[in-house]
Design a protein around this ligand. Structure first.
Ligand code: HEC
Length: 130
């Protein structure tokens, strides 16, 4: 009987730990966060730029390969750590001039981010990586 009791306790502890690991920002019944911040929607200023320059490919209905890396339609569902890491990648790719891709730039010159927009996006990326 004692053994069964301890096994039940152990099972309960495992279940709690698994839940905490699987859902890092679940609220407890009392409304206190166990851990993690809330995922943030894309800032309006950033959304404006990526809508013009990126979302032909990086959004639902866009390019599957592109969306495997970043899908702006699903941004809100990314965990905060993933958002921060992706924001860094985005800053890197646009600074290098690797995104939007060369061919797309040639056909859509208006979609090439300006220097001011690059700076804005990279500052946003930094703010997520504090
Ligand atoms: C014409 C379609 C297209 C447009 C427009 C586009 N991308 Fe991409 N992007 C892709 C594709 C395709 C890949 C996947 C490349 C691969 O896997 O080799 C990609 C990959 C990426 C990656 C991951 C790169 C890596 O290797 O880690 C980032 C970050 C990215 N894009 C950001 C952007 C941003 C930011 C914009 C807008 C400024 C943008 N892309 C515009 C097609 C596009």
């Amino acid at each position: 009987m004692k053994k069964l009791f301890f096994m039940l306790i152990a099972l309960f502890v495992v279940a709690v730990v698994v839940t905490m690991v699987a859902m890092p920002s679940v609220k407890t019944a009392s409304g206190i966060f166990i851990s993690g911040d809330e995922s943030q929607p894309l800032a309006d200023s950033v959304m404006k730029i990526v809508k013009v320059s990126c979302m032909d490919c990086h959004a639902d209905g866009g390019n599957g390969m592109a969306n495997a890396h970043v899908n702006f339609s699903k941004w809100v569902s990314y965990k905060p750590e993933k958002q921060a890491a992706k924001a860094n990648d985005i800053c890197k790719m646009i600074t290098k001039g690797a995104m939007p891709p060369k061919k797309y730039r040639a056909n859509n010159p208006d979609a090439i981010p300006t220097q001011a927009q690059l700076t804005m996006i990279c500052n946003w990326a930094k703010s997520l990586n504090k």
